[in-house]
Design a protein around this ligand. Structure first.
Ligand code: FES
Ligand SMILES: [Fe+2]
Length: 407
C-alpha cells in the first residue's frame, strides 16, 4: 500500500509494523490490516504518521511509534511561577493545546482565561490588566475575575460576553490550573520554608511518562546510578493520590561512601508530584515538586521547584537544584526518544508499574466502551496543530530559570 505525498494527519493504519520509504515522495506501510480515516485514538495514531512523514523526508525507514495515552489527562498543572507574574502583568501561554492568557490583578489574584475575547474574538494577549479586571484591546470591554463582562467604554456591557476562566490555585510560589472534571485539589502542606528555586524544560513528552519515574525502581540504579535502593513504603494509591517512599545512597564528591537520602513521594494526578527529601548526615531537608504540564499535543513543560532547610542554606539549595537538574536531563534524554508501550515486558523487579498504570486510568475520560475519549481540545489538536515530534519541540537547555514572556 503506497500513500500519497500529502501528510495524512487524519488517517490511521491498524496493525502496521513498519513504514518503509519507497521513493522520494512515497512510503510503504507494512502489516496494516485496516485503514481508518478521521481523528482516532485507535490503531496507529497521528503521531506515528508524523514520524513516518519525517522519516520520508529524511529518507529512512522507521518502526511506527505506538499510540501514547491522550495528551491532556485531567488534573492540576503548573502554568507559572508566582515570582515571574507580578501584579498588573499578563502573558499569553499555551496550555492543553489552547491559547490562554495568564494574568495577575492589581490586588494580586492570579487568573487564567481563554485568550479569545467572547465579544468579537480579539486575542487578549494584546490586552491589559486594569485594576482587578482585564481589558480587551479591540473594543475595550473589561472582564472580571469570574469572566463576566464588567464594563464597556461605549454603552451597556453585553451580558452574553462571558470569558472562559480556569480554576487556579496558588501556593508555595506555584500557580496551578485545573483541567477536566476535578473533585480534589493538591494539598499544599508547606509552612515557613525559604522561597522555591525553579527550573523549566520543554520537550516531547507526556505527564504520565514523567510521573511513572516515581515507581520505576530499576531506572534509579541504572540511569541515575543511585546505590543501595530500599523501599521504605510500597506504592499506595487512594483516589487521585499515589504515595511511595525510598532510600538511596548517592555518590557525591569528597564523600567516599556517598550520602544517604530518603524520598517520600506524593503524586496527586499526573501533573503534580511533591517529594520530601531528607539527608540526615548533612542535616538537610528538601521539599521538591515535579510538575509536568501539557503545552500542546506531545509537548510538555517540566518544572522543577525546590526549597531547602539546613546548613549553608543558599549554597546547598543551589547545589541540590543543579544535582536534581542533572538527573532530570538524563530522564529527558530517554523520554524524548522513547516509545510508549501499553504492554511493557516487565519483571517483578521493575517496580509496581502495572499498579501505577491502573491508577492513571482515572485521569482520562472514558466512554461506555471503556476506551479513552478524545476531548474537544484533543480533536482540535488532531486537526489543527499536527505537532511533528523532533521538529516542533523546543528544548530550553538544561533547565532555564523561568522568565516573563510567551511560553
Ligand atoms: S473583541 Fe474584545 S472587546 Fe471586542
Ligand atoms: Fe528518573
Amino acid at each position: 500500500m503506497a500513500a500519497s505525498s500529502t501528510r495524512p494527519q487524519l488517517n490511521s493504519y491498524v496493525g502496521a509494523t513498519e513504514y518503509r520509504i519507497v521513493g522520494a515522495t512515497e512510503y510503504r506501510i507494512v502489516g496494516a490490516t485496516e485503514y481508518r480515516s478521521g481523528p482516532s485514538t485507535l490503531g496507529i495514531c497521528r503521531d506515528t504518521l508524523c514520524i513516518c512523514y519525517e522519516a520520508r523526508r529524511e529518507g529512512r525507514s522507521v518502526k511506527p511509534r505506538t499510540p501514547t495515552p491522550p495528551p491532556y489527562p485531567s488534573g492540576w498543572y503548573c502554568v507559572g511561577i508566582s515570582n515571574s507574574l507580578r501584579s498588573g502583568q499578563h502573558r499569553a501561554i499555551t496550555f492543553m493545546g489552547e491559547e490562554l492568557v495568564l494574568y495577575r490583578t492589581k490586588s494580586g489574584q492570579a487568573c487564567l482565561a481563554d485568550a479569545f475575547c467572547p465579544h468579537l474574538g480579539a486575542h487578549l494577549g494584546d490586552g491589559k490588566v486594569v485594576g482587578d479586571e482585564f481589558r480587551c484591546p479591540f473594543h475595550g470591554l473589561t472582564f472580571n475575575v469570574g469572566g463576566q463582562c464588567a464594563a464597556s467604554p461605549y454603552g451597556k456591557p453585553p451580558q452574553a460576553a462571558r470569558l472562559h476562566m480556569f480554576e487556579v490555585i496558588e501556593e508555595n510560589g506555584l500557580i496551578l490550573a485545573g483541567h477536566g472534571d476535578l473533585t480534589w485539589k493538591p494539598r499544599f502542606p508547606l509552612g515557613s520554608w525559604p522561597e522555591v528555586t525553579t527550573r523549566r524544560w520543554r520537550f516531547r513528552g507526556h505527564p504520565q511518562e514523567v510521573t511513572e519515574n516515581s515507581v520505576d525502581l530499576a531506572h534509579l540504579s541504572v540511569l541515575h546510578r543511585f546505590a543501595d535502593l530500599r523501599v521504605l513504603n510500597e506504592v499506595e494509591t487512594v483516589g487521585p493520590a499515589l504515595t511511595a517512599a525510598y532510600s538511596i545512597r548517592r555518590r557525591i564528591p569528597l564523600m567516599r561512601n556517598g550520602v544517604y537520602a530518603e524520598f517520600r513521594i506524593r503524586a496527586e494526578g499526573l501533573g503534580y508530584s511533591e517529594v520530601e527529601i531528607t539527608l540526615p548526615e548533612l542535616g538537610i531537608e528538601v521539599r521538591q515538586w515535579i510538575l509536568p504540564t501539557p503545552v500542546r499535543d506531545e509537548v510538555i513543560d517540566l518544572r522543577l521547584a525546590l526549597t531547602l532547610r539546613g546548613p549553608l542554606r543558599s549554597i546547598a539549595q543551589r547545589a541540590v537544584v543543579l544535582s536534581v537538574a542533572h538527573e532530570i536531563n538524563r530522564d529527558i534524554a530517554i523520554w524524548q526518544r522513547k516509545h510508549y508501550l501499553p504492554r511493557p515486558a516487565l519483571s517483578k523487579d521493575d517496580g509496581p508499574i502495572g499498579k501505577y498504570r491502573a491508577w492513571t486510568r482515572q485521569f482520562y475520560q472514558t466512554g461506555a466502551n471503556g476506551r479513552c475519549e478524545v476531548t474537544t481540545a484533543e480533536r482540535r489538536a488532531h486537526t489543527e496543530v499536527g505537532a511533528v515530534p523532533g521538529r516542533d519541540v523546543v528544548q530550553i537547555g538544561a533547565g532555564d530559570i523561568e522568565s516573563v514572556g510567551p511560553v
